[in-house]
Design a protein around this ligand. Sequence first.
Ligand SMILES: [Zn+2]
Length: 77
Amino acid sequence: MGDPLEPTDPNLPPLAGYVAHRVPGYRASKPYVCPGCDNSVPAGQGHVVAWPEHLEDDRRHWHLHCWRIAARRGRLA
Ligand SMILES: [Zn+2]
């Protein structure tokens, strides 16, 4: 599958053991549920996609602010 994601944004806060990328709004073609707050990430809204290293099938879609909180905390939840 061709990966449609942007390269890692160096301004995105890192979380050890995870890979995170920004998804710009124009590429957010469907809604997701953010694992940080259990609320919707609507289609068309820029957000963060993240997955455990080597487990890209486990990718989850986060609000940017929820990802920042998780990264600051140092763990997903
Ligand atoms: Zn959220």
